[in-house]
Structures are given as C-alpha cells and as structure tokens.
Design a protein around this ligand. Sequence first.
Ligand code: ADP
Ligand code: 5GP
Length: 203
Amino acid sequence: MKNRKLIVCSGPSGVGKSSVLKKILGEIPDSFFSVSATTRAPRPGEIPGVSYHYMDKQEFERMLAENALLEYNQYAGEYYGTPTKPIEQALLDQRTVFLDVDPNGAFAVRRNRPDAVLVYIAAPSMQEVRRRLESRGDTPPEKIEARLKQAQWENQQASNYDYIIINDDLDVCAKELLAIIAGSESAEHYTADKRISIFKEEM
Ligand code: ADP
Ligand code: 5GP
C-alpha cells in the first residue's frame, strides 16, 4: 500500500479544492500544503506566500532554468509550478504533503514520485461549477467560460486518478478525503474505477 504522505488534488477551478483542503489541513498533524509559484495576479483575499508565491514571468522562468520546480504547467495563459525543495524537506520530516495542481501537473508528479496518491475532486454538475465560480465573484465572465472549457478536459482525465470524490456537501467531501489519507476501508468506495460510472452519470 502507498504510504499516503504525498496527496495530489485536482479538479475544475471553482469546484472547491481550496475549501476542502483548508478544512482538512488543520485536522492532520504535521500537514504541509505545497505553495505553488504562479504568474497570475492574486485574487482578493489571497495571501502572498500562503495561497501562492506570486511572481513575474522572468522570475518564473529563472526557477525553471534552475530546475527548481517538480512540475509546471501553463493554465489560462499563466504559469503555475510546484517548488521541489519544500516538498522534499517536508517528506523528509515525515509530514503529509498536499498539492493542488492541474491534471498535467498531477501526472508529472506521479512520474517523479510513484508513491503519490492522486485524488480528483469532482463537482456534482457543470452548472454547479459555473454557479460557484460566479458566486466567488473574482473571475470575469470570459475567464469563467475558459475555465469551464478547461474543466471538461480535466473531467476526462479523472479515470487516471487513484480516487474520485465529489464535492457536493463540503463536510462529506472533506471526510472522504480524510478516509483516503488514512487508508481506511471506506476509501475503497472512492477508487476511480468504482466511481467513474457514477461520475459520468452526474456530469
Ligand atoms: P477551487 O479552489 O477549486 O478553485 P474554491 O475552494 O475557491 O474552489 O471554491 C469556489 C467557491 O465555491 C467558493 O465560493 C466556495 O466557498 C464555494 N464552495 C466550495 N465548496 C462548496 C460546496 N460543497 N458547496 C457549495 N459551495 C462550495
Ligand atoms: P487557480 O488560478 O484557480 O488558483 O488555479 C488554476 C489551476 O491551476 C487549477 O487547476 C490548479 O489546480 C492549477 N494549479 C495550481 N498550482 C499549480 C501548480 O503548481 N502546478 C500545476 N500544474 N497546476 C497548478
């Protein structure tokens, strides 16, 4: 069984990844959230160094040249990447490490770290993703359309994850993620091969 120390979460923008992670991080002793580097602008309420390390393209490309990123990707015209060093240190310290990355990033992490546990956080429906993105109120309409289009592609990648959980009720979703991390028997219900048919019906 995988040692469940490196947890990689993906899912459509607006599905609630940050909300779920925020809810469970405090419940896991020694948890470590990998703060990504990005060239996108901070959203209202986001905290530099906590939500993301915000930087310009030049600085990001310097990190790339220095081989300082475990993986990176371009999303909606901006760079996003995972700094390697803090993750390596956290794993050495036996902490449970969480990543929030897109599917390309998740599969790149799996190639580098076969022990990674990949969890796809799905939405109850695409209408609900739209509603959540709109209600968050920080994404202009044309960007919402681009993110929804991207979400369709992301959903098609879900079968390649280890687990799929659906963020309908936030508390339930958080409990399911906790069960996966703990390696509980109930986590067997959320394996991608068991969940993919339900997930397809719901989309
Ligand atoms: P992501 O990190 O995936 O982009 P967020 O965590 O920012 O998504 O959530 C997007 C919006 O949806 C936020 O306004 C959040 O409060 C809301 N949200 C998250 N989970 C749920 C849920 N289960 N039910 C209803 N609204 C939710
Ligand atoms: P957002 O702009 O909504 O915060 O993130 C947009 C997308 O980028 C989400 O799918 C998120 O998971 C992904 N993302 C965030 N950080 C990283 C990263 O370091 N690497 C990759 N590959 N994707 C990331």
